[in-house]
Design a protein. Structure first.
Length: 168
């Protein structure tokens, strides 16, 4: 997955609309389904927890289906890109201890994966205005570049491919 610059204002606007739509859809859908089930199958004890739970579950599945169906729509481009980037970074994070150990030994693939993780994190943090941790990231990036220079490894984010993680 290549890192691309995305329009922050458009991303935030679309993400907020997706979140609001999902929240409203979940509330309306789960209430409508659970109230219909309660009307069709009343419980004399007055406990309708299971009908409410079923309403939430059915609505959640429906929303997930809709999000998946419309993930290729132009409105969702930035939102889906960020979701996929977070997924890719999470795969790297789960292997970070092994990557750092291999990186200290000069493994070029490990150094590249770490470099991609740092660059992707920087992009996400800028989109989310999470600038507090940028200083820590700059320190880690400088350490990574120092190790790469020691082992004569050139790091280019565009060279990253997720398949290199299989060896770690």
């Amino acid at each position: 997955m290549q890192l691309i610059e995305i329009n922050k204002a458009r991303y935030r606007k679309h993400l907020n609309r997706v979140i609001a739509g999902c929240g409203i859809g979940l509330a309306v859908g789960s209430l409508a389904i659970s109230q219909t089930l309660i009307a069709l199958f009343p419980d004399e004890s007055g406990s309708h927890f299971h009908w409410n739970l079923i309403g939430v579950a059915i609505t959640s599945v429906g929303l997930a289906w809709l999000l998946n169906k419309y993930r290729t729509h132009s409105f969702m481009t930035e939102v889906v890109y960020v979701w996929e980037l977070k997924k890719a970074l999470n795969k790297i994070t789960r292997k970070m201890a092994k990557l750092k150990a291999a990186g200290r030994e000069g493994n070029a693939d490990a150094l590249l994966a770490i470099h991609y993780s740092y660059a992707g994190s920087r992009l996400l943090w800028q989109l989310d205005d999470n600038l507090i941790t940028m200083d820590d990231l700059a320190i880690k990036q400088a350490e990574l570049e120092s190790v790469a220079a020691q082992h004569n490894v050139t790091l280019n984010v565009e060279d990253y491919d997720a398949s290199i993680l299989k060896q770690f």
